[in-house]
Structure formats: C-alpha cells, structure tokens
Ligand binder design. Sequence first.
Ligand SMILES: [Mg+2]
Length: 392
Amino acid sequence: MKITAIETHVCHARMRNWIFVKVVTDQPGLFGWGEATLEWHTRAVAGAIEDLAELVIGEDPRRIEHLWQMMYRQHFWHGHGIVRSTAISGIDIALWDIAGKIADMPCSQLWGGPVRDWIRTYCHLGGGHLEDFYETSVEDARRFGDLASKAVEDGFTAFKSMAVPPTMPVEGLRPVQLAEACVAAMRDAVGDEIDIMVDCHARPSPAMGLQFGQALDPYGLYFFEEPCWPEHLDGLVMINSSIKTPVATGERMIALTDFRDLFAQRGCEICQLDITHCGGLTAARRIAALADAYGIALAPHNPQGPVSTAASLEFGFSQPGYVICETVHEDVPYRNDIVSEGFHVEPKGRLVRPNTRPGLGIEIDEAEIRKHPFQQEMPQRVFYPDGSVGDW
Ligand SMILES: [Mg+2]
C-alpha cells in the first residue's frame, strides 16, 4: 500500500481559510482527510504541505509513527515551527483517518475504545460569529449578558467569552473593572449551573493577567485562558499559583519539550493543545500522556473547521483527561454543506455521542469547497491608545 498524492483543499471561512489535507493511496477509494488551518498563513502552510509531500509520497500510509518521524526530523529543520508543524498535523490526521478506514472502525476504537459515553461541548459567545466574540466591547456588559443567555438558549451548558480587553503592560483599575462587570453580567444572566470561560487571548502581561485573574476569581470561571503570553512560562506559573480558577493554555505550543516544561512547572491546569498545530493526533497522544502524568486536563483548541472538530472528538473519546470540546457552529452558513459527520450532537446540552463510522467518520464535499475559494483573511490588529503595538 502506498501514498500516491497529498492534496490541499482551501475553503474560505470568513475569519480563516480552512486548509483540508487529503492523503490519497493506491487502493481504490482509500483516502484520508486532515486539517491544517492556520489563519493568516494559508499560502505558507499549503507550500509546506507541498514541501513535505516528497517525503511521504510512495510510502506506506500505515506506518504513521515512522512517517511522523520523517516529517518532523528530515529536511534538517525540525518540525516545531508553526507552519511546518501545522502541515505535519494535517497529513498526520489524514493518516489516522486512513488507518481507521482500513480497520473499519472509528479512530477512538483504534486507541482502545471509547472511555466515555458522550463529550460535552462549549461554544464561543455568538457561536463562532466573529464580531460577537471578538468585537463586543467590554464597555457593553449587558451585551455580554445577552449573548450568554443566547448560548444557553442554544442548548450549551458552557461558553467562552473575551471579557478581557487589550491592555498595555501595566494599566490602572479601569480595564479590570470593565472585565469584572462583563463577567458579572454573564453570571447574572445564566446563573451558577452554567460554566463560563474567559479567554485573555494572551493579551495581558503577567502583571495584568494576575490582576484580571484575581478580579474574576470570585465568579467561579470554569477556566481562565491564556492570561499572558505562552512564552512567559514564569508568568503562567505565577498566575496559576495565585488564583483558584484553573488556568488554561497551550494552543500556541508545539514542541513536546514545551509541554513538558509547562506541566512540570505547573503553568496550567488545563492543556489546550491544538491537534492541527501540535503535530497531529500522533503528537497529541504523546502530549496527553505527559499531561496525565501531572493530572492536567485536556481541552483541545478547536475554533477551526470540521475536520479539526472530528479529530478533537475522536481524540476525546480515547482520552480520560479530556474534559470538553471547543466548537464553533455559526462561523459560516455553509459549514454543514462542506461536511457530513458521523457523530450526533444532542441539541439539548450539546452533548456529542460517539462516531460510529470508520476513521474520523467524516465526508468532505470537494465541490462545495470549490464554491468558497481562498480569500485573504480579515485583518485583526491591535494598537494601544498611544499607537504602540498590542496583541489581538
Ligand atoms: Mg484561545
């Protein structure tokens, strides 16, 4: 059995371009789907996939670990830069899809069978609608409350918000008070039964992340995400040890050694590895084993396209430490035209029952993808009031 082609199919999805990776074999009808979506780097990832293809075309797709080692270690440069690791991830996910199809069982079954009956999902405020999530001003706490109520009406028992504004390395009380007002409004709107998450998007410095974290601590957040840059591991450690709310991070980390350091120094309680960036399902399973050793939970980053979601769910059904799946469902109206999924989402509670189809259990409609060709991603840039550069 041999790999005969690696195809990249780009589908514009407003905030990002979904990059789907199709690994084709010499067996009639046998191919796999992966995803390598990396917003604002679409052409670079497509090029990296093309560069990697020469390593794997002609090889046996069943030797997934061997191919992963080749993609990571050959070509001299190790594969832990974001572009190459995303490309590797897309191919790796597709190889696992193929493995499941060969075995005629879902990927989670390949990894020992489902460890749970269902997976809980959470949404972004606005369900993935870019403006609701990213552009609702923290000056409008009532809007945060209204969007929170809408998420619960849509069946979710947990949702994430961006209630922390961009701040300079040190600022006074006002942004902290605004963030607190937004979280208070959401808590008032949905009560204590619903889980609320706040994503800081690594906007704050460690000092500001600590201030936000301490101010929001009384509201019982489910987790407090990226309270400072992932590069500032000492800052993450300081914040995680200073608040009772669990700190979540990891979506911008790739190398296994970075996860090791994050866990060993206790920079978080929830690891948000991104299966489409960290080296695919092969690497995700290694990171999960590491996290398990430290009693750190898993909630993979997943605001991307439908292959990423299917991969996250298959992974989640195989990992005891997996607590919740990030989802977006209203990013573009044609999401469900692109994909047919093998799992079922219960409208009440938004719980997902296991996929019963082989591999990732998805079918991708290539003709639908062609209706939405690449478009440059929408610019998202932050400048502080004095004109200096901030983090989005
Ligand atoms: Mg995030």
